[in-house]
Design a protein around this ligand. Structure first.
Ligand code: UTP
Length: 416
């Protein structure tokens, strides 16, 4: 044990993180072991680099941004049926799986518990998880096939998520047979001096590594291997917070198969040029998403000869990947984006500090940063009112909140 501690102390000294063992002696045996395991798993070089990056000015405007081609689902005319038939065949052959990303903290919504357990206020009081499972089961019936459901949680919400599913008998799914849970990766949070924080439990304060962690987590948890064993070739990946998400779409699948692309994404047209959403584009010739903070006013307003916005296709986290594309994307590390957040921690005197303003950096990878791994992908514009009802904010904010999602859901399903 002494050599282990000595080795760890050496590493901590090298990176100026000696404080991580300040309260080691006060921990019970189980926590002591966990803390040492955690420290050994930290990539201190990465943390050092990420901290240095927080001090650098973000240079934008260096990339060559150009519009990306897209298809409009409702302007496919005769091709609609053509693509649909190709997709239907693959779905019936059991080649599709669904992945729901449910590892986010849902801080804007402010719900106490995993976001998927949130009741958006329908008469049925169904949770987001149940609404998603309803949609999936409906499609399974339609195609007379099982569509395995993979759910990504975080260390923070994994237990509560599984307990919720247990309570609801997995909404008819069979655990480890056609519903699978896997936990996403994490990164330590650091303060403004670059010091890693210690949480209330005396362990390293970690935070989920963003929805971009999906690829690596699918790989590391063995889920992609499982998918291949099950004969899955295509995986729809969506968020937990869109109660109109259409996870099974034969047209999208048919387009991907017919065009020979390994990634096919859905978009909805921007509500107006100023809407704060990321939009599909090409960056240095490769598919990508440009964030609203990055786009110039001139680009945001630019239109083609038919009057359509050149950068008008919003990314709505509704993306289809081949299993091989996921494997490729998971093999490479994505860039991390920094967020400045409030995080309670134990200070050097062992006291709990609960800040009332942001005090710590959290690092997240974004799913769309991996799009550049492929040369071409398909973008399919769908109708917002049919497929996009996000629950992001509390009702007081008034947009993308339970009230707006509920209204869209009721309208779509004709519920009075
Ligand atoms: P958001 O970016 O909207 O984040 O996630 P969020 O955690 O739900 O909410 P805020 O920003 O804290 O208010 C979009 C989707 O990606 C998932 C979320 O669960 C949601 O389905 N996600 C996000 C993860 O699975 N893991 C993450 O680390 C981040």
């Amino acid at each position: 044990m002494d050599t282990r501690i000595n080795d760890i102390q050496g590493v901590l000294k090298k990176y100026g993180q000696e404080h991580l063992l300040n309260h080691y002696a006060t921990l019970d045996e189980e926590h002591k072991k966990e803390l040492l395991d955690q420290i050994e798993n930290i990539d201190f070089e990465l943390i050092k680099r990420l901290y240095e990056d927080t001090k650098k000015e973000i240079k934008s405007g260096q990339d060559d941004i150009t519009p990306i081609e897209y298809l409009d689902k409702y302007k496919l005319y005769d091709d609609y049926k053509y693509y649909e038939n190709i997709g239907k065949k693959a779905i019936k052959q059991g080649k599709l799986a669904a992945v729901t990303m449910a590892g986010g903290q849902g801080t804007r919504l402010g719900h106490d518990g995993p976001k998927g357990t949130y009741d958006i206020g329908l008469e049925s009081h169904k949770s987001l998880f149940e609404l998603l499972s309803d949609g999936l089961k409906e499609e399974e019936k339609k195609y007379d096939v099982t569509i395995p459901w993979f759910i990504m949680t975080s260390r923070e919400n994994n237990k509560a998520t599984i307990q919720f599913f247990e309570k609801h008998r997995y909404f008819g799914y069979q655990k480890d047979k056609n519903i699978f849970f896997f936990v996403q990766g994490e990164l330590p949070m650091i303060d403004t001096e670059g010091k890693i924080l210690i949480g209330e439990d005396g362990l390293i304060k970690q935070a989920a590594d963003g929805h971009g962690g999906i690829y690596e987590s699918l790989l590391k948890s063995g889920m992609t291997e499982k998918m291949k064993q099950m004969g899955i070739e295509w995986v729809f990946i969506g968020g937990v917070d869109n109660c109109l998400v259409k996870m099974v779409d034969p047209v999208l699948m048919g387009i991907a198969i017919d065009k020979g692309v390994t990634v096919a994404c859905k978009s909805v047209v921007k509500a107006n040029p100023k809407e704060k959403v990321g939009v599909f584009c090409k960056r240095n010739g490769k598919p990508n998403v440009i964030e609203y903070s990055e786009i110039t006013e001139e680009m945001a307003e630019a239109r083609d000869e038919e009057g359509e916005l050149l950068y008008g296709e919003s990314h709505i986290l509704c993306n289809l990947f081949s299993v091989s594309a996921i494997e490729r994307m998971g093999a490479n590390t994505l860039p991390y984006h920094v967020a400045y957040k409030k995080a309670s921690y134990i200070d050097k005197d062992g006291k709990l500090v609960v800040p009332d303003s942001p005090n710590a950096y959290k690092f997240e990878a974004f799913l769309f940063d991996a799009f550049g791994e492929v040369d071409e992908m398909a973008v399919l514009r769908v109708k917002r009112e049919e497929e996009f009802a996000p629950v992001k904010n509390a009702d007081t904010v008034g947009v993308d909140c339970p009230k707006t999602a509920r209204e869209l859901y009721k309208k779509f399903y004709n519920i009075v």
